[in-house]
Design a protein around this ligand. Structure first.
Ligand code: IMP
Length: 197
């Protein structure tokens, strides 16, 4: 079982979250551990495209097994927007509060509030490419509630619950989230890789 991976992030919180999901069964490095300080390229127009672009960039630079993720909020009434543009929906400053304002404006007078967060992970393992996906469905509410989390959390209520992601304890969000589901699938795959042979 391959043990050691580079995760396409420089964000210590993301690294910690992903190491936690892996039960610390794998050695997961950030890109700065390999001297990579530049922003990884993300110029594709799908989550799959961006995740793969970042993973390929890392693989070409290091030759090591690696994975990259990309996440978007997909709103049904907006035909999947903001999607791959979630971080910079209201502009390149990537301000969550402005993104939320724009989203609520777009949904004004709209009764269909269905939305989902979707995370895609691209893995490059021994030169082969694999994808994993995690989805959490829910709805967008009209006002901001809660002060935890980040991004669109204050306006997103997961299906079956009554609190927004920003009101739920971090441990709860981190158990059910789109990202957690995608990474659970990745680590399940890695734990079983080549065991059947
Ligand atoms: P990234 O691919 O993880 O960088 O996510 C892209 C953008 O999607 C972020 O900048 C946020 O706006 C949004 N996003 C991703 N994950 C979450 C989440 O768990 N809650 C709220 N917003 C999120």
């Amino acid at each position: 079982m391959p043990k050691s991976f580079i995760f396409a992030t420089n964000n210590p919180n993301k690294l910690e979250e992903v190491r936690h999901i892996s039960n610390n069964k794998f050695e997961i490095f950030g890109i700065s551990d390999f001297g990579i300080t530049e922003e990884l390229p993300e110029t594709q127009n799908t989550l799959e495209g961006n995740a793969l672009q970042k993973a390929r960039y890392l693989y070409e630079k290091t030759g090591k097994n690696c994975f990259a993720d990309d996440t978007g909020l997909e709103v049904e009434a907006l035909k999947g927007a903001p999607g791959v543009l979630s971080a910079r929906y209201a502009g390149d400053e990537k301000l969550s509060i402005n993104n939320i304002k724009k989203l609520l404006q777009e949904l004004e007078n709209c009764s269909n509030r269905s939305a989902q967060f979707r995370t895609v992970i691209a893995l490059i393992l021994e030169g082969k490419e694999y994808f994993f996906e995690g989805i959490i469905q829910g709805k967008i509410i009209n006002e901001l509630k809660g002060d935890k989390g980040f991004g669109y959390d204050p306006v997103f209520i997961p299906l079956g619950l009554e609190e927004t992601f920003a009101e739920l304890p971090a441990e709860v969000k981190n158990m059910i989230s789109h990202r957690a589901q995608a990474f659970e699938k990745l680590f399940y795959f890695l734990r079983h890789y080549k065991l059947d042979f």
